[in-house]
Design a protein around this ligand. Sequence first.
Ligand code: F6P
Length: 560
Amino acid sequence: MSAPIDPTSTPAWSELTALRDSLRPDLRTWFAEDAGRVERMSLPLVDLHVDLSKNLVTDDVLAALVRLAEQTGVAERFAEMLAGVHLNTSEDRAVLHTALRRPAGASPALEVDGQQIDSDVQAVLEKLSTFADRVRSGEWQGVTGKKVTHVVNIGIGGSDLGPVMVYEALKPLADAGIEARFVSNIDPTDIAQKTSGLDPETTLFIVASKTFTTLETLTNARLARDWLWDGLTSAGIIDGTDAAKTDAVAHHFVAVSTALDKVEAFGIDPTNAFGFWDWVGGRYSVDSAIGLSLAIVFGPSAFRELLAGFHAVDEHVASTPVAQNVPFLMGLLNVWYSNFLGAQSHAVLPYAQQLNRFPAYLQQLTMESNGKSVRWDGTPVTTDTGEVFWGEPGTNGQHAFYQLIHQGTRLIPADFIAFVNPAYPLEDGGRDVHGLFLANFLAQTKALAFGKTAEEVEAEGTTGALVAARTFPGNRPTTSIFAASLTPSVLGQLIALYEHITFTQGTVWGINSFDQWGVELGKQLALQIAPAIEGDAEALEAQDASTRALLEYYSAHRSS
Ligand code: F6P
């Protein structure tokens, strides 16, 4: 792996610094004086219409950002990723989530590290599709011969956030009478509430864990297994013998993992396990067998449509010059805001209730990927990295935190995502409610860009100190992403878009976006502290003063 290029030493970085120093953001004038701006800065990305015109960039800035991508080798590194180069240096692994969505028969076939990637991917996809169809049709039955009505995915991080986000997004398309629930947190409230009201005879658990070692997931899987056994035993369906319990697990538990030996050790029949590979990062895995719950609820063909959407964006990125390459450009804009204009966070604001978990999904994707202080060769980064991603669906956010985006002191670039056609076309007194919803999307991006001057406020009759309070500075940057409808393919396109935005930023910064060592220390310490919670005096003594005091508070206030 070649050494990362220090972006701050490139000619493009110097150009951008000079452009930043002379920049006088003025979207009102830029729009008024440049009739071609919107057309030039609006780009198609497969089925997405992406309008970059309300960003704080001139053509010169965009051109310099394109040069920054060229001088830091973004396109070359993307090609390396597609080809299976070990970009994940700290774990010495290829990074091949893009291979999960290559179509059957893609040519030339991809072979990496001696593995026939395409045929392995297709084999799992076939197995997953067959299983999903069996569950959907009722051919797969619970221990008493009943059809599955609920699937419960037990997983955390990438083994949860992707599936739950896609489930919420596509829920109107669920067509097999099967509901999904998602258990992730080791807080026992989660599993207690998610199993509440379920019938063990008609519930199928999917234990989803890349490593099959994750404390939360294995704990919840054992709790689920106990719930199943207790439910079936108290209903007189099984008699509590080991054979009966094993049979119950065989009918009600399947698993998704790269560690099929550990799946078997847990007691799940390996024939009911769906594999993937260490070259799929957890946060890049929703399009692997980790999406099994989705294939069951929406059907294998919808799942394949989702994959096709991802793949179409992969193709765009691989074959489009940087200047028209939407994911590259959006990643570069984020670099511009983070490193030149001082933005510390980035809002993602879907005008689609169905995307209510999209910001949470993106938080893992972006922040676990790019929240790093060292580069892929172990040397310190040379710039700020990893802005904070956050968001909520509009219009809810409008009534909560938009105040700060409009009039606060911080620069917060925001992506607005909206769809022309609603899943539920309802009317209120003859008025299309979704139209009203979209008017809000358009109004917000307009208000953020163009603001409202003191003169305009005064012209409405406002005087005195209120004028300043009612003035909107404008020049708050937004990107608008619009599509006709939220289909599986469009959703795949959106996810891939953000995967590659993340990739672009990571590459410019010289980061390995595919490891996550920063989550390890807390996991280790939790295992060390657990005995102290359970009353081990030695473990208590070993803690620092603050942790010890908190443990003592815990002991003093414990009710059982
Ligand atoms: O703790 C972080 C993490 O490793 C994520 O990267 C991953 O998505 C999650 O835990 C779950 O891991 P697994 O799928 O192995 O249970």
